[in-house]
Write a protein that binds this ligand. Structure first.
Ligand code: GLU
Length: 474
């Protein structure tokens, strides 16, 4: 039986979870979740100057928003420094690494003379094969013995075979003179100890893979499957800028994109399954494969993101939508809904979610249910009310008074009312929208009446009748 799939996301906590990192996390999550595997989270916090707890928190929150749950505890790379050092010492004991006593000045002098001679400036330490009896009592680093000839081939699932000549690789430092491990060692030891089978990450790490393979080989560990994914570019093909979407995951939440739409869009950024643009989480988990990852950089496109988000909002469960909108309001720094209003919003959801691409748009449409009497009229609504003749609304209310509050009957009453006045219902719709919502763009008049109920609808119509009267009075 093949090993169970284990993937990981290994962000450095030096800033928020940016969109590229979120996509890397998503790809790893999809790959593991679609195969009954594990998805692990390792915080690469070895750079003590640049790593902050706030950044770790932002990464965790961004992942939580995107629903990218990880297995087991969050692993801190820094906390594992002793284990990294242990591996360096093991390589030393096995003769795969050596103590190097060269000073910074000696290394600089080596480089200068190599440059003058037109030779490679990669440092060749005189200590590589030195007799330990000659070791001075001085600080040293531990360097790996890199292979000196031949080639290293990275069998990458996205980039294909990438061949690097070994004479381009130097005897990389594993342990600094203060005993701290270097990042490259930490990554390999952690991936090995965490039993990571697949490393899916940005192709800015492709060069590291060759150096990391040296450590795997020296330790006799099996190399994971590599998949280095092209970075995300802006719509103009240039490096992603803030204006073009290089924002933190939480900023997307605060702008009002639903997480499911974001997941769908991020999955499509650099990966494809035939011509499918819109898909559910389940489909993404079933379909996601390394074969579908493209070789060229994906371009970020807000329009496509919005389109997909609209489609996801439309199929979301009403209760789930309500909870996500409540979380969105908090993320956006907007006042929270009372539980009564949130209930009303949920009840109205069926007539709101069809055409809203993002939450602000949905909330705008929900205005009729979130607002209270007296309804404030916007300019268009006021104009619509000014267009009706005096009395029309007050004639309508008694007829509605006795209607059973069903869609069929409301339609019948309003159509008959319009016909009696030799007009079409469409002519009445504007003023009715204005009366019920104070706005011109709303769900249908019938949906609003059904959601608001008889009492509230009639009260709003009466209020509007009053306003119309005041127009004619003045
Ligand atoms: N910490 C690295 C980064 O944030 C990722 C390293 C890796 O995935 O191997 O870019």
């Amino acid at each position: 039986m093949p090993d169970p799939v284990v993937t990981r996301f290994a962000p450095s906590p030096t800033g928020f979870l940016h969109i590229g990192g979120a996509r890397t996390a998503l790809f790893n999550w999809l790959y593991a979740r679609g195969r009954g595997g594990k998805f692990l989270l390792r915080i690469e916090d070895t750079d003590r100057e640049r790593s902050t707890p706030e950044a770790t928190e932002a990464i965790l929150q961004g992942m939580a928003w995107l629903g990218l749950d990880h297995d087991g505890d969050v692993i801190s790379q820094f906390a594992r420094a002793d284990r990294h050092a242990e591996v360096a010492h093991q390589l030393l004991a096995d003769g795969k690494a050596y103590k190097c006593f060269s000073t910074q000045e000696e290394i600089a002098a080596f480089r200068e003379s190599a440059k003058a001679d037109g030779k490679s400036t990669l440092f060749c330490s005189p200590w590589r094969d030195a007799d330990p009896a000659t070791y001075p009592d001085a600080p040293y680093v531990i360097r790996i013995k890199a292979p000196q000839d031949g080639v290293t081939v990275i069998r990458d699932q996205v980039q294909g075979d990438v061949t690097i000549r070994n004479d381009q690789l130097d005897d990389m430092i594993l342990l600094r003179s203060d005993g701290t491990p270097v990042y490259m060692l930490a990554v390999v030891v952690d991936d090995h100890d965490m039993a990571v089978t697949h490393v899916i990450r940005g192709d800015d790490h492709l060069n590291n893979a060759a150096r990391q393979m040296m450590i795997y080989d020296a330790m006799g560990w099996s190399v994971p499957v590599w998949a280095h994914i092209p970075l995300i570019h802006g719509p103009d093909g240039k490096k992603l800028s803030k204006r073009h979407g290089a924002l933190g995951a939480q900023e997307y939440q605060a702008m009002g994109y639903p997480a499911s739409g974001m997941r769908n869009y991020l999955a499509r950024l650099g990966w494809s399954h035939g011509d499918d643009e819109f898909f559910t989480d389940e489909q993404a988990r079933n379909w996601f494969d390394l074969d579908g990852i493209g070789k060229s950089p994906a371009r970020f496109d807000f329009k496509k993101l919005e389109n997909l988000c609209g489609q996801h909002i439309a199929i979301m469960d009403d209760a789930a939508l309500r909870h996500e909108i409540e979380a969105y309001l908090t993320a956006a720094g907007e006042p929270a809904l009372t539980s009564e209003k949130a209930d009303d919003l949920q009840a109205a959801m069926y007539c709101l979610k069809d055409r809203a691409k993002m939450f602000p748009e949905l909330i705008e449409k929900a205005h009729f249910v979130l607002t209270d009497r007296p309804i404030e009229l916007d300019q268009k609504a006021e104009k619509a009310l000014r267009s009706v003749s005096d009395g029309i609304l007050s004639e309508l209310t008694p007829q509605l008074q006795n209607a059973s509050w069903s869609r069929e009957e409301l339609e019948a009453v309003l159509n008959a009312f319009a016909a009696e006045r030799d007009t079409k219902f469409g002519k009445l719709a504007g003023p009715l929208r204005a009366a019920l919502a104070g706005r011109a763009v709303t769900p249908s008049v019938f949906d609003m009446m059904l959601v608001l109920g008889r009492e509230e609808s009639l009260a709003r119509l009466n209020d509007a009748a009053e306003i119309v009267r005041s127009f004619t009075d003045t």
